[in-house]
Design a protein around this ligand. Structure first.
Ligand code: ADP
Length: 375
């Protein structure tokens, strides 16, 4: 029942209850105080049973100050004025309670009005007007603070929404590229009235290559929404994991004559396939963007995993965006090397899900260092 009331009504009820309790106490105290004044007088006039709201007992011998008639008149005057006082006290208390309740209803209404306005404006917000901000006043009251916090949240939501939109556009674009290529080579084959086996094989190879790219891309996209499965988590020896990654990349490593070292070891708990993917992406980049005859050093110690290469390095302005999905320093170069700018963002996602952080430091022309903290 109580929860169904509006905040305004609740404040009014609480104020009325407080006022009633305070007025009742004050009235009772003042009536009691009058009895302290009146009772001795009544007692002196011979009335042995002084009237007291609280009922004070007096003891002693009755003392008559005049004749019986005078006593009765004095009694009447005192009792009458005392009763009037009690009536007046109770009536004025009731009036004060009524006036206070009405006033608190009005004040609560005007105080809560900005909150009501804020609620109405919040209700108007949907995904189409996330960029709109709620009006805030310059005063520092709670409502202004609430409006400012809400605006900040709107900003973050708007940004997240924009990122999702951009992600979808980029994903669609990347999916479109191999599809367009496949469609084009098949069209060319159709135009040839009598294609020979060689032509057909070339088209099949091209289609196979593009399907492979699509598969990788779809797999990458799925990883973004993947939730960790506790049942698949296990203890992983990182030195063995890195040895396997290097082994898998040995062709490219040998081709560029890169020397690799792995030092230290650590046990991690997580989904092996995912963690292998995250670290493989980092090492693969260290190979892809390395120079011929370069080096890659993997250092595992003090809860940190460092992958350092002697490659081309990163321009300073690219560093803050390096983990953004589909970000490439040089798109055509990445494409030639078989990347679309998802490798590092996937690595970051996976590490995030395992409660790990990743940071990068780099110097253009000298090399890049990725530091993963396992906490
Ligand atoms: P890509 O698929 O293009 O490699 P990534 O997300 O893995 O995408 O990397 C994003 C960009 O960061 C790449 O385009 C590349 O320019 C740059 N990058 C990543 N790792 C390195 C590295 N070790 N050295 C130099 N540049 C790197």
């Amino acid at each position: 029942m109580w929860n169904k009331f509006t905040l305004r009504v609740k404040i009014t009820i609480l104020t009325a209850a407080t006022l009633t309790a305070m007025c009742a106490c004050l009235t009772a105290i003042s009536i009691y105080n009058t009895s302290i004044f009146y009772d001795p007088v009544l007692f002196m006039t011979g009335n042995r049973q002084p009237i007291g709201i609280i009922g004070i007992e007096h003891s002693g011998v009755p003392y008559n100050i005049g004749g019986d008639e005078n006593i009765e008149i004095i009694d009447e005057i005192f009792i009458g004025s005392r009763n009037t006082f009690i009536t007046l006290s109770i009536t004025s208390s009731a009036l004060i309670i009524l006036a206070g309740t009405a006033l608190s209803y009005i004040i609560a209404g005007s105080t809560l009005k900005p909150l009501k306005n804020l609620a109405e404006k919040i209700e108007e917000i949907d995904e189409n007007n996330l960029n709109e901000q709620i009006e805030t006043t310059s005063n520092g009251d709670e409502v202004a603070r609430l409006a400012k916090s809400f605006n900040k949240m709107l900003e973050k939501l708007g940004q997240a929404f924009e990122n999702k939109k951009l992600f979808a556009i980029n994903a669609a674009h990347e999916l479109k590229t191999p599809l367009t290529t496949m469609s084009a080579v098949i069209d060319v084959l159709y135009m040839d009235e009598k294609p020979n086996t060689q032509d057909c094989m070339e088209v099949i190879d091209e289609v196979k290559e593009n399907i492979k790219q699509l598969r990788i891309l779809v797999q990458d996209l799925l990883t973004f929404n993947y939730e960790l499965d506790d049942d698949l988590c296990e203890e992983i020896q990182l030195d063995l994991l890195f040895e396997k990654i290097i082994e898998d990349l040995s062709d490219s490593i040998n081709e560029k004559n890169i020397s690799v070292s792995i030092n230290g070891n650590m046990t991690l708990t997580g989904e092996k396939n995912l963690l292998e993917r995250a670290f493989a992406n980092i090492v693969q980049n260290a190979v892809k963007y390395n120079k011929t005859g370069g080096t890659i050093n993997v250092l595992i110690h003090d809860n940190a995993i460092i992958v350092e290469d002697s490659g081309i390095g990163l321009p300073e302005e690219s560093i803050p965006q390096i983990f953004d999905p589909f970000y490439c320093v040089d798109r055509s170069r990445s494409r030639k090397l078989g990347g679309v700018g998802l490798g590092l963002s996937i690595a970051k996602q996976i590490l995030d899900k395992h409660g790990m952080g990743i940071a990068v430091s780099s110097e253009q022309g000298k090399g890049t260092k990725f530091i993963v903290n396992s906490h």
